[in-house]
Design a protein around this ligand. Sequence first.
Ligand code: PEP
Ligand code: MG
Length: 888
Amino acid sequence: MKFVYDFTEGNKELKDLLGGKGANLAEMTNLGLPVPPGFTITTEACKVYLDSGDEPAALRDEVSAHLSALEAAMGKKLGQADDPLLVSVRSGAKFSMPGMMDTVLNIGLSDKSVQGLAKQSGDDRFAWDSYRRLIQMFGKTVLGVDGELFEDALDKAKQAKKVTVDTDLDAAELKKLVTKFKKIVKSEAGRDFPQDAREQMDLAIHAVFDSWNTDRAKLYRRQERIPGDLGTAVNVCSMVFGNLGPDSGTGVAFTRDPASGQQGVYGDYLQNAQGEDVVAGIRNTVPLADLEQIDKKSYDQLMQIMETLETHYKDLCDIEFTIERGQLWMLQTRVGKRTAGAAFRIATQLVDQGLIDEAEALQRVNGSQLAQLMFPRFDEDAKVEQLGRGIAASPGAAVGKAVFDSYTAIKWSRSGEKVILIRRETNPDDLDGMIAAEGILTSRGGKTSHAAVVARGMGKTCVCGAEDLEVDTKRRRLTVNGHVVEEGDVVSIDGSTGKVYLGEVPVVPSPVVEYFEGRMHAGADDADELVKAVHRVMAYADRVRRLRVRANADNAEDALRARRFGAQGIGLCRTEHMFLGERREMVEHLILADTDEERENALKELLPLQKRDFIELFEAMDGLPVTVRLLDPPLHEFLPDITELSVRVALAESRKDHNENDLRLLQAVHRLHEQNPMLGLRGVRLGLVIPGLFTMQVRAIAEAAAERKNAKGDPRAEIMIPLVGTVQELEIVREEAEQVIADVERTTGVALKLALGTMIELPRAALTAGQIAEAAEFFSFGTNDLTQTVWGFSRDDVEASFFTAYLEKGIFGVSPFETIDKDGVGKLVRDAAAAGRATRPDLKLGVCGEHGGDPESVHFFHEVGLDYVSCSPFRIPVARLEAGRAAS
Ligand code: PEP
Ligand code: MG
């Protein structure tokens, strides 16, 4: 196996092997762009190293061969005393993990070669600054020395000279700093800073391999659902310098605005600096457009390259570049992260430019981005007190209590507080705090700073570089224009405008929701650009999707909203939701009935109410299917709480105040009390045990349908039986239901076509689906109960009990109640669907568990050939989009 690839040997398709950075460096090299020469060590080598604790036997020789070729190309040797070749050693995994892993620059410098570099560059200061950076980075990332020690020493040196920026330290001071840094290394790491260049390089390569498994990298991967066994590639690249004076510099650029998608010149530039300075937001950058004044030749070349890249990648690219004494070098490119809104806008722009087709456009967006766009925003008409303004780095409206460190962010959010994490700038150690916070606010750094990049990736609101804000993390406060915001004060931040407010600003629905609600039209001249883009992408999805999308809705209001959002029917009407409130007492009468007469009276009372509910629902969904599920939950849910009632009865007893009713109630509550209600008297079991209950519901459905027909409506009711485990249960209920329907047809004179089907939500039902299909015209997979029963996880308890531990241990990356467990629960769904269809080829198949609105699960349901998914009204657009993506 080959473990090392020259940049000229790879291409952008080799991300698995060369990592994203390596693959794209190779692609740019082969496009003829100015990339400093170098080579990439593969992820395979990393995997061997991580598995065995040692690098593959062949690696050393391969690296030597590539290094020799590099040295020949550059005309100098690594670490050569009079004119050293210097290299950077950078990580680069398949998926970008910004700032998560390690990088070491300036490898090849030593006490001797620093002199050579000084001579060759004619710049003493530069040479010593490069050397101190190497020791600092190497000490921290390779030898594990606390980075603060170097920072403190640097700060002291600046204080001693009464300057504030690094560039004001001269060669002599930097030389002293080098001595100091070497001492720190010696005392902290227990070894000297290595003077041998190859040893530096080898150790740095190992450190990059090791950085794959740091805690923060693991946490990031879990968040982003990146598999833990991919490993990272290592890029060894000849150094170019952005810190060789004012005609040098470094920057980051986007081919279009990652926040809005607009085309233009976006990015940040920092004169006389090395790359890490920009990403870390250490010094404030200037907008990329200013480069035109600073160095027109490089600027023009960069614009040209950006165009080449966008046409080549057919997508937004982000770029890191360095200018060394007027010569432009490309250090990295990749398809850039973007906000949810920008993703939609860019997808449609690229279609308009003829760069991609509609099917490809669908792959450029996803359901969770659409869900983000449906979040509310700040009310423009609200009275606000603006504290300041920064850069709109990641959109959204976030409100919370100000906290100034990650620890507090985590602690407070665990106790239920909403917090805004405020930092001068963030670094990878802040990741946990950023996850815990509603939003992130920084006073330094541009759109490409750590805070901005990571927040965008997480879909979290972020305002960065709000320079007026003076953030004092030690005293836990921020000061701005005479205002002081202390820890715990509420602030609101708007990631779409960059505005920062004091106090809680009220929020309003997003334009995308207004559009789905029909209150905003995509065709209007002044329609929001985003709304237009969403409208077009939804049309692409609707054109290609095979899965139909229905709603879980129990009342006319939800049904109408679902219809506006594009629902093609109701997949689940939970009738138990119709028995709440004042009707609860009627159910109580039903349960407590001692005689047939009492029970029948109770049912008679309920019948007209149920019928009215269904009439409204059928009217709202006229012409579309409505699946009505007969009563499901355990009966005791309709009775008073056992403890409260016992106390009430006991108190009354002690007062010798007998209340017959309460006593009877208490007896009934005791009788119906179950240790495991979820596995108890519910669903079809209720229908079989309480005579007349299901038939009352069927009658209400049938009479409602007849009435709608008489009113010239087009009701399409389907009756669904829950919690079936065997075909016999279904057969009994079916027979009774058919009699009732026939009776209603006779008395009303209206012919009714009511489909009868079942939920498949117990393993036994799935396993005997072939038999069950004999008595069912449709199946709807109840993946909530199916997940509960297949795993043996109580759906009401697990999330709060041991799921965190399971997620932390990587047993699953996401809760199986959220995303379908394809191998277990999913297998049952797949097999039951096939068995059902084998019995009854026209069997209609759907899913109505929570998974019906989950992006990843929708793809699975498409794949196993279901006819529809059903989800809550607000998730319908997401399900439509994902169904389209699955089919394209
Ligand atoms: C299910 O179990 O997936 C289902 C839809 O029913 P409920 O959530 O009402 O139990
Ligand atoms: Mg269920």
